[in-house]
Design a protein around this ligand. Structure first.
Ligand code: ADP
Length: 485
């Protein structure tokens, strides 16, 4: 874009200087060109700039450019050839319609789309070969000097006579020091009589074509990069899906034997296989706790892979939230006792009644909240509370632990995020539990609760309107006597 703006300024400067110096009038008088042509040329260049700025396709711009030439001063038309960056061949991409002539007469239009190799060029098109090799403007009076296959010299002569071409000029197009093409102009004046205004126009148009080619080159490069990025992205998504699939399979395979181990450990601790020596009980207790931690981690990993694969769904059923809370609290009580923490349970009276929840997912949320509260608390109490508040069911797990640094509070539900103080206190940890808990809470149309003061304690939980978890009344249930009409 900067190139285009600069080129506009350069044209205006060149044209203004040309007119101001009086050259325009003297050349116009000498070559019988009306001064108004300068203004016309300027607006033509502005039009081409406009097309470049609008990012129109290069081939379209090329067609427009060669077709606005006829009638400008002595110009009869032009032909644009572009170098193929890979093989160096020159291809005719645009040629003025004015150079076509009647159908029964040989015409330059036959050259449209033809290509010529650098080798052929040096043998058959000396003007263009010289212009490209020496990077300078070349000119001549015979069309056959700048004709290329499939035209024979004889045919070139016939066309020249028919179109009344007196001279031709080849402008090399160099973009960022790369030979990118050649623009051939055909004039009805002999070389010596071509007006300076026409030469100015030929130069300016060649500059414009160079800019359009540079833009086309950039656009092509961008398209290539975009398509590579799209491929890489698709590949990454595929790999990501494979990773999720792998984690899902591996986790499933791990979870079954671990659940069996946990079951047998519980039975051992409950003396189902005979009395366990007192000395072994803490060891078995530790084994059970570690097995639990791995199972919880596997559950979180499975949930994350389901969330990623957009296959995370709830299986709701009418359940008593208080029962789930009590079960989880009882399971984790030994852990709290081991860390000398009090685990308090506050349940509502009267009970809430049945609520429409996913019991396994609710368990997962509670395990995460209570386990974290115990893990990140050194002294004091963990209080689990279920209550009714202004039409909402509210569940909170409050602790007197390390809390969360103020600046990190907003990041707590981010996947893998662990606060600095938590990482120092407990080196192991996945940072997945809260991410999964938030998703489960939201799937229940509930709002997560997070409050914390570093060094004082934290409260995690959720609030859900009763209406969102009310068990739908079975339409087929018998209607109470006296109510039915
Ligand atoms: P993990 O506990 O494995 O690190 P979680 O996703 O469960 O992963 O928790 C993420 C982070 O949230 C923790 O690393 C910790 O920084 C913070 N956090 C969670 N619960 C508490 C809590 N009760 N007290 C202090 N920090 C907590």
């Amino acid at each position: 874009m900067a190139l285009t703006a600069r080129s506009v300024i350069q044209h205006i400067d060149r044209q203004t200087e040309f007119v101001r110096s009086g050259k325009a009038n003297s050349v116009a008088a000498k070559a019988s060109v009306h001064p108004a042509d300068d203004v016309g040329n300027l607006s033509l260049l502005r039009k081409i700039d406009g097309m470049i700025l609008s990012n129109l396709a290069f081939n379209y711009i090329a067609e427009e450019v060669v077709n606005v030439l006829p009638g400008r001063g002595s110009l009869l038309g032009g032909m644009l050839r572009v170098v193929d960056a890979k093989c160096g061949d020159l291809e005719v991409v645009a040629i003025s319609k004015s150079l076509s002539g009647p159908k029964d007469v040989l015409s330059l239009a036959r050259l449209q789309g033809t290509t010529v190799s650098p080798n052929q060029l040096s043998k058959m098109d000396e003007l263009t070969a010289q212009a490209l090799n020496e990077r300078r403007i070349t000119s001549g009076e015979r069309l056959k000097q700048a004709a290329c296959p499939p035209l024979t010299p004889d045919e070139a002569n016939q066309i020249q006579a028919h179109l009344d071409v007196k001279s031709l000029f080849v402008y090399p197009i160099v973009v960022e020091n790369r030979l990118s093409g050649a623009l051939t102009f055909y004039s009805s004046e002999s070389q010596a009589d071509v007006a300076q205004a026409d030469e100015e126009l030929m130069q300016s148009i060649s500059d414009e074509v160079g800019i359009a080619l540079a833009n086309a080159h950039l656009t092509r490069q961008l398209d290539e990069i975009n398509s590579k990025l799209e491929d890489a992205n698709a590949h990454l998504q595929q790999m990501d899906a494979m990773k999720d699939e792998f984690i899902s399979i591996a986790s499933h395979q791990l979870r079954s034997p671990l659940t069996a181990i946990k079951g047998y450990l519980s039975m051992l601790l409950d003396s189902d296989f005979g009395e366990v020596p007192e000395k072994q009980k803490p060891v078995l207790g530790q084994l059970k706790q570690s097995t639990n931690e791995v199972i919880n981690l596997i559950n979180d990993m499975l949930s994350v892979s389901r969330i990623n694969a957009q296959k995370f769904e709830l299986t709701k059923a009418p359940v008593h939230l208080e029962e789930i809370v009590s079960d989880v609290a009882n399971e984790l009580k030994p852990l709290a006792t081991e860390r000398s923490l009090a685990l308090k349970l506050e349940l509502p009276t009267p009970p809430l009644g049945e609520l429409n929840l996913d019991p396994l997912r609710m368990r997962q949320v509670l395990i995460n909240f209570i386990d974290n509260a115990i893990k990140y608390t050194e002294h004091g109490t963990v209080t689990v509370s279920v209550r009714k508040e202004a039409g909402d069911v509210v569940l909170t797990v409050a602790d007197t632990g390390i809390g969360i640094p103020e600046g990190e509070l907003t990041q707590m539900f981010t996947k893998f995020y662990r606060a600095e103080n938590a990482r120092q206190m407990v080196t192991s940890g996945s940072g997945l539990g809260l991410f999964v808990a938030k998703r489960i809470i939201e799937e229940h149309h509930a709002t997560p609760i997070i409050e914390s003061v570093e060094g004082v304690g934290s409260t995690f939980g959720f609030r859900v309107p009763f209406a969102a978890v009310t068990v739908a009344r079975d339409a087929t249930a018998p209607v109470a006597a006296g109510v039915a009409s």
